[in-house]
Design a protein around this ligand. Structure first.
Ligand code: HEC
Length: 198
């Protein structure tokens, strides 16, 4: 008799422990910051915002007309993403959250808008929007959460408008000129280690 009660007790504790663990895990899951999107596939990795688009009022005006469906009623981004970037359909991302939007590069946005996101309401727009229009709408979309910013391909991050291009910008992607001159007298590759004997 006595023995049996003890076993029940132990079992009860076991259940409590499992439930507590479950609660802890789900609480952690909720606190997690949004994961960055997967890298753009090769055919999109080298696509970048045309020069001068980010802060061009005319481009942004055209981007807005596309976004709101004014240009073409079949392309109405605002019907899900909201006129001001605040989502009106479940699952759409809140474009006003800069911290979140920053996780995307210009290529990743372009890829998503071109091909859509499988398994969600976001469809591919490449058949309805020529490349230029896709860039225009993306430049406009960036104004919700990243106003005054542009994506720097060289620095691989969002920076204030006008600071993205390095001095030798027109060389195009791939040219890797060093930004700073090497430190005098230190041969490259040796520098940092303190523990060199003798
Ligand atoms: C029918 C609703 C709907 C329409 C219309 C729509 N989207 Fe989306 N969009 C979504 C949803 C839902 C997601 C989130 C997909 C996901 O879970 O990643 C999304 C994702 C995105 C993303 C990437 C962010 C992300 O979450 O991956 C961009 C950029 C985007 N949409 C831009 C646009 C643009 C530009 C248009 C108009 C040309 C447009 N969307 C039209 C529903 C829509």
């Amino acid at each position: 008799m006595e023995r049996r009660e003890k076993w029940i007790n132990r079992e009860t504790w076991g259940i409590i422990a499992v439930v507590a663990m479950g609660l802890t895990v789900s609480a952690c899951g909720e606190a997690k910051p949004p994961a960055p999107p997967p890298p753009a596939p090769p055919e999109y990795a080298d696509k970048h915002m045309p020069e001068g688009y980010w802060n061009n009022p005319e481009i942004l005006e055209q981007g807005k007309a596309i976004f709101t469906g004014e240009e073409n009623i079949d392309v109405n981004c605002a019907s899900c993403h909201g006129k001001d970037g605040k989502p009106v359909k479940a699952g759409a991302r809140d474009f006003r959250q800069g911290e979140h939007m920053k996780l995307f590069s210009d290529s990743q946005w372009f890829w998503r808008v071109s091909e859509g996101v499988k398994g969600t309401k976001m469809k591919a727009w490449k058949s309805k929007l020529p490349e230029e229009d896709r860039w225009k709408v993306i430049a406009y979309e960036a104004t919700f959460g990243l106003k005054g910013m542009e994506y720097s391909v060289a620095q691989k991050k969002w920076v204030p408008q006008g600071t993205a291009a390095a001095p030798a910008a027109s060389g195009g992607a791939g040219s890797e000129a060093p930004a700073e001159p090497p430190v005098d007298g230190e041969p490259a590759g040796k520098g940092t280690s303190e523990e060199t004997p003798q």
